[in-house]
Design a protein around this ligand. Structure first.
Ligand code: PLP
Length: 407
């Protein structure tokens, strides 16, 4: 037991609100895919701050871009024009709608994923009310989804545990069974403003949807005049093997939301909407003091540049397939212990079988120096930095096999 960790835990308990079930680990330093705890012990990071540090920890070019900008212009508010914000908006739009439709969109910058989804929900309502002149305000989301912790986004979230004790919840949200197109069809009415969904559910247990379902939902939205909005907060920015996960399926959402990996660890979120839907906002209708500030925008712009230059989407696709084949081998070598290996790119879930104690497996992996996440009690979730190498994945798969065979 680490004395330093004990001290930090006591200080945390006495000063920080008790909202997180924290791991029994304090971290002091990180570089690339490696983290060091308070006593200098090394860990392989397979979580990347929950899909945030895509380029790895303390990426030198991002650190440099941030420091350079911090000495030039730090914060001015959105009352003024500034270059880093617009350069980032242009770069983001180029990843979303490349080719002919490039820049046929607008970006709103904010500070987190929940705030991005909150902005998207507000945009959908306001677009319907003010631009289309229609009385549509409802947003349909899916069971098992996760969209954030503000009052609106926790209401949108299709998991009861995040709502407990926060009633009364805002009106205007409907949750339908994930994957059931007929349930979606039945829920869409002339009050529906938008459907909001994750292309692969992350917190829900790394659950990809079949292409036909996603394409069916988009077609239904088009047919019924409803906005199709993709929450790409966890799936976006190369994680699944494309810039955006919806690009695997030829989808064209009206709105996407992103955050997490955008500035490789600095807090930033964004709502991307088609130019048409963006007409829903006017000066004064939505705002945030820090959104798209120069320092975080410079860090994000560099993050996008590195992702493009180093072809990290292709790398995620290749290494994701490699990792999943390794984990499938681990499953085959340990019959009855692994239910399913699933995911897209470097967003991977290893579902343990009902008889296997997920918490124990996860704790043992942590003890052996691997940082990952256990979601829904039985799914080992891997969201490694996009720069992870084959040797590290092999090393982890070998350890996972050892741990499972010993259980
Ligand atoms: C799909 C999805 N949407 C929204 C959020 C909320 O993001 P944030 O924690 O930055 O508010 C998350 C966070 O895990 C997420 O995975």
């Amino acid at each position: 037991m680490s004395e330093k960790l004990d001290v930090l835990k006591d200080r945390t308990a006495a000063s920080v609100m008790n909202t997180y079930g924290r791991y029994n680990l304090g971290l002091a330093r990180g570089k690339g895919c490696i983290l060091h705890d308070l006593d200098g012990r090394e860990y392989l990071d397979l979580l990347a701050g929950i899909a945030v540090t895509g380029l790895g920890h303390c990426h030198p070019e991002v650190v440099q871009a941030m420091c350079d900008q911090a000495q030039e212009l730090f914060h001015v508010s959105n009352l003024f024009y500034q270059e880093p914000q617009v350069a980032l908006a242009e770069a983001l739009l180029d990843t979303w709608r490349p080719g002919a439709a490039a820049r046929d969109g607008r970006v709103f910058f904010c500070n987190s994923g929940a705030e991005a989804n909150e902005g998207a929900i507000k945009l959908a309502r306001r677009y319907m009310h003010k631009v289309r002149g229609e009385n549509r305000h409802e947003v349909i989301t899916l069971s098992g989804s996760f969209h954030g912790r503000t009052l609106a986004t926790l209401t949108a979230t299709g998991q009861d545990k995040v709502k407990d004790g926060f009633e009364p919840l805002p009106e205007g949200f409907i949750t339908v069974q994930a994957g059931d197109l007929e349930a979606m069809r039945a829920a869409v009415t002339d009050r529906t403003a938008a459907v909001l969904l994750e292309i692969v559910q992350g917190e829900g247990g790394v659950k990809p949807f079949p292409a036909e379902y996603l394409q069916g939902v988009q077609a239904l939205c088009r047919e019924r005049g409803v906005l199709f909005m993709a929450d790409e907060i966890q799936t976006g920015l190369c994680r699944t093997g494309r810039w955006w996960a919806h690009q695997h399926f030829g989808l064209q959402p009206d709105v996407i939301t992103c955050a997490k990996a955008l500035a490789n660890g600095l807090p930033m979120g964004a709502v991307l909407a088609t130019a048409e839907v963006a007409r829903g906002f006017e000066p004064g209708s939505h705002a945030t003091t820090f959104g798209g500030g120069p320092v975080v925008a410079a860090a994000a712009l560099k993050t996008l540049e590195v992702m493009a230059r180093d072809r990290l989407a292709e790398r995620a696709e290749r290494l994701g397939a490699f990792a999943m084949s390794l984990f499938a081998d681990v499953a085959a070598d340990n019959p009855g212990k692994v239910g399913q290996v699933r995911g897209l790119g470097l967003m991977i879930g290893i579902e343990l079988s009902p008889g296997v104690d997920g918490q124990k497996v996860w704790e043992e992996l942590l003890r052996r120096g691997y940082i990952l996440n256990l979601t829904q009690g039985s799914v080992l979730r891997l969201l490694p930095p996009l720069i992870i190498g084959e040797a590290d994945l092999r090393r982890f798969a070998k350890t996972l096999g050892d741990v499972l065979s010993g259980m």
